[in-house]
Design a binder for this molecule. Structure first.
Ligand code: ZN
Length: 197
């Protein structure tokens, strides 16, 4: 398993190519490391508030014992998302291991060894590298983005907390906001449905 770029202290100054010849890179046991700029990730950009750049990538290429084209490494990204509980932006960090077996068609994809994720080439041994890495990041974006800790949510007017109840009633009351996780979820669903309309 790869350690993160930070720990390895690697340089990621070069720009990654949009498309690569996987066969050639595997034959030479090459390594690609570099960065991706936000404007090269249009689908991801549509889903998030912003992408903190650079997105860092390190990939090693080889053939495994049965001749499959294997790409392994990691992608590191930071994106700003809107917390669906307090509607404030927060930073979501992505550190994904890449473990691809690049194949020519769906039939081959089904035969790929369990430890690899099958990835389809676009023809002529070429892989749409940036689009594939973009997919990796997109898959790690939570369906309902939320601050990990409730305490990190910024309290907006109307947000019921133990503190505001104490203030308005004048005596300490031990009520925690969102004490019922299912009520919380139901509220959230309502909010999301409203947003969709
Ligand atoms: Zn929040």
């Amino acid at each position: 398993m790869h350690k993160t770029a930070r720990i390895l202290g690697l340089m990621f100054e070069s720009k990654l190519p949009k498309r690569i010849n996987v066969e050639r890179l595997c034959q030479h046991l090459d390594r690609l490391q570099g960065q991706i700029f936000a404007k090269e990730l249009p689908r991801l950009l549509d889903m998030v508030e912003s992408i903190e750049t650079p997105v860092k990538v390190l990939l090693d290429f080889k053939h495994d014992e049965i001749g499959e084209a294997i790409v392994s490494g990691f992608v590191e990204a930071k994106v700003m998302l809107i917390c669906q509980r307090c509607m404030q932006p927060y930073c979501h960090e992505v550190t994904n291991n890449v473990n691809w077996a690049v194949v020519k068609n769906d039939t081959k994809a089904k035969q790929v060894q369990q430890q690899y994720d099958p990835v389809l080439e676009s023809g002529n041994n070429e892989l749409e590298l940036l689009a594939q890495l973009e997919d990796e990041i997109i898959l790690s974006i939570p369906i309902i983005p939320m601050h990990e800790n409730l305490d990190d949510c910024i309290r907006e007017p109307g947000f019921t907390s133990a503190q505001t109840i104490t203030e308005s009633v004048g005596v300490p009351v031990e009520i925690k906001a969102y004490s019922n996780p299912f009520a919380d979820l139901a509220n959230l669903k309502k909010q999301l449905t409203k947003q969709k309309k």
